[in-house]
Design a protein. Structure first.
Length: 133
């Protein structure tokens, strides 16, 4: 499930996507995206959690967290926090479809376990979720 382009009281736009890979495994294979930017989210735009060259756009917030298929937690870090810990911030996400009832897109980036001792790279991730109002 998810939503995008929820306008906040401060005038920014927020979004959230939560997806479960296998619903028969509790607390496993789950990912949650949190997103925030000053302009509405659109299709065919690359969003990042780090400074990058155009046409990609750095979001005020673009991070994901979840559990892998073994139930181990993972999380990405925004550039400002990653720099303090000497870690990588390279999350990229984009929407291929934004409609009233569905969101579809891709994502990639580096994630860490809870104590930042294990680093993993997610490549070619995809999401396809129903929207909530």
């Amino acid at each position: 499930i998810g939503y995008v382009n929820e306008k906040t009281s401060g005038g920014s736009y927020g979004g959230m996507i939560a997806a479960v890979g296998n619903t028969s495994q509790e607390q496993k294979d789950v990912i949650v995206f949190l997103m925030g930017t000053k302009t509405p989210f659109v299709t065919n735009q690359v969003y990042t959690n780090h400074k990058t060259a155009a046409p990609a756009l750095m979001c005020d917030l673009l991070d994901f967290t979840g559990r892998d298929n073994k139930g181990e937690r993972f999380l990405s870090l925004h550039e400002n926090l990653a720099a303090l810990k000497n870690l990588t911030a390279d999350v990229r996400a984009g929407f291929t479809m934004i409609s009233d009832d569905q969101l579809k897109g891709t994502f990639s980036g580096t994630v860490y376990n809870e104590d930042y001792s294990v680093k993993r790279k997610i490549t070619e991730g995809e999401f396809f979720v129903k929207t909530i109002n």
